[in-house]
Structures are given as C-alpha cells and as structure tokens.
Design a binder for this molecule. Sequence first.
Ligand SMILES: [Zn+2]
Length: 404
Amino acid sequence: MMVTERLYYSDSHLIEFEARVVDVTDRVSGWTAIVLNRTAFYPTGGGQPGDTGTLNGSRVVECIDDGESGVLHVVQGAAPARDAIVRGRVDWPRRLDHIQQHTGQHILSQAFVTLFNAPTKSFRVMETSCEIDVELNNPGTEIIERAVELANNVIWEDRSITIRNVTPDEAADLPLRKEPAREGELRLIEIEGFDLAPCGGTHAYRTGEVGMIAVRSWERAKGLTRIEFVAGTRALADYRRANRSAREIAAMFSTGRDDAPHLAAQMVEENKELHRRIRVLEEVAARVEAIELLSSAKANTDGTRVVAHVFEARDAECLKKLALALIANPKTIVLLGSRDKDTARLVFARAADASGDMSALMRDACVLLDGRGGGKPDMAQGGGKNVTKLNEAIEWTAQSLSGS
Ligand SMILES: [Zn+2]
C-alpha cells in the first residue's frame, strides 16, 4: 500500500483536494515537509518540475517524490499537525505550463520518430524553454521544421489523450515509443492514432490544449541533436520576445520588421569597407603628421631628433603607425603616448641609425604607469592604468635620452 495516493495520475486538471496529514518531517534540509494520504501535487521527476501551491493557506514551495514513503510537500509558514485534515490547492498557471511543455514533448518526440526514425533520449523543462536530445544525425532548418509542422498539425487536430494501465506482458505486444523505465504495472499515455509511451507525468486532456510548438534553436551535443523548444503559453511569450527584438532592430533601420535582416547585413558589409578605408587614411594621416612633428622636434647634441608627444584617445595600432612613419626618417627617436579611456598607452621607437634601447626605456616608463611593456631595442610598446602619470613618463624618458 502506497503512503500517498497520487490523484494527478487519474486527473491532471484536479487542483483542489482534501487530505489527511500522515507525517510531518524535517528530513528535507531542515525544512518542514508534509506527507499526505493523497495529493494532487506533482513531485519533481521525469524531466518535469514539481508543483507549487498551498496547504491550508501555507505555501508549498517544492514537492519531492520519496518513492514508497510518499510525496513530500515542503511548506513555508504554519505547518499542519499529524492527522489534521488539510485543503490543498495546486498553482494552476504553473501546472498548465508544465502540462503544455510535457505533452508538447510527447508530440514533438513522436514527430521525429514518425518522420526520421529519430528517438528522444532525454527531456528537460527549463526556466523559459525545454530541451530534448534526439538521435538525429543531420539537423537542418528544413528537417526540424518538418517535425514542428507535423507536431502542430497533431495539436490542431485536437486528438484525445488517454491513460491506459497495462501489465508488462500486455505492454510487450504494444508499439511503445520508448522502453518502460520501471517494473510492474505500466501507465501508458496514448495520443489517439499518433503516440503511445509509458509516463508518470501530467498531460493535457486533448492535444489542442498544448496550443502550439515552436523550436527556438538546435545544436549537436554528445553525438545527439539538442533541440530547444517552447509550447503553449511559452510559445506566445517567446514570440513576443522575438518580435520585440526584431522590431527594435528594424526601428534602428527605420524599416519594417522583416526587412531588417538584409539591411543589417548591408550595414555590416559597409562597416567592413569603411574600416578598410580608415586604415588607408590613417597611414596617409600618419605620414603628414610625422612631417609636422619632425619639423618641431629638437635635436640633441649628437644630431638625434627626439619626437615626444601625448595624444588623446588613440589605440596602440594608430600610435604604432605614426611611430613607423617617423622612424623612416634618419636619426629619429619617437616617444608617443595616448590616453585611451582608462588606459595609458606608450610606443617608443628609433630609426636604425639612432642609438638607445627602447625596450629598457619602456620597462622603466611603465613602472610609472603601474603597467607593463617591452619589445625590441628599436621598437617597444607598453601601457598602464595610471593615466595621470603619462606626461611624466614621456618627459622622464625624453630627459634620460638627452642626458645619455
Ligand atoms: Zn508524459
């Protein structure tokens, strides 16, 4: 004799019931858990989350299947005493959601079997969507959408869903979609003319109640195809999110929703082309800027010209281009810095006929910037987060060059 009679087995839509408390325990990590002689609460299992609701007004936050020992109702607030008669109420929107996802899974899984002989190996209801792992080798939009279309047709044909209890011998002669996971009498869920599978979950009365199924994405995972889908109210919520995203993007292009993808693709191409042109222009600008900087540079006693300058908001690549343009001129040493957001950047370089170890100078300068740097004797790069010391780092390096 089972401790708890499971009312959800015979009626998945029963949400109010009366029961007697047979045990009050704290064996769920110190929480108070109630065991009843009968319950409409579905405990977590088979890929389906458990129900929530109330027992005599106290919140039932979790439901756990304890096998032969019954169903544990974890309660927050006042707990009823042993032998008390309590009134239970299951949260219907959550139960309906689970019915839609779970029944939707039966239908979608059978669609993959019918069309592609591809059985489902596992199933999970997640926060906003669900997953099935299917033995499908070549997933593609057309393959997936054919299964989605068949599944939705079965939903809209509003077929009946019935429960059959059979012995293992009777089950052996039936075309079950999957092997039973348990011994003894089996509970089979039959979708009229479409699917027959052993299952202990909560299901719709008719397929129409599932509403619709949509696939969000798929990927190959561990030799299977992992398919993310939504059914019922989740499909509507997902449509709303997708539509909002698509409309927001379309608004940026001042166009209709369905015209946005090709305009976005166009913009990405234009952006690439602009970057190519900017790179060419940067090189031209660097050569012109190099001439200006050189003309104002002071020469040391040995005739070496030191160009020292700090820029605003130039990245390392830009500084390096300018440095290369400058050291194309003989007897030139370049000390360039940039304040790029919260980072100080440095590039030191010298012409082949100038002397000095840029790498050693860079390491010393970066100490001032709380950063790091290095490179070769003729070209070094570095930086740090102490942006306020950037001018000082450049001046100090210029002085140490003129002193040597
Ligand atoms: Zn099921």
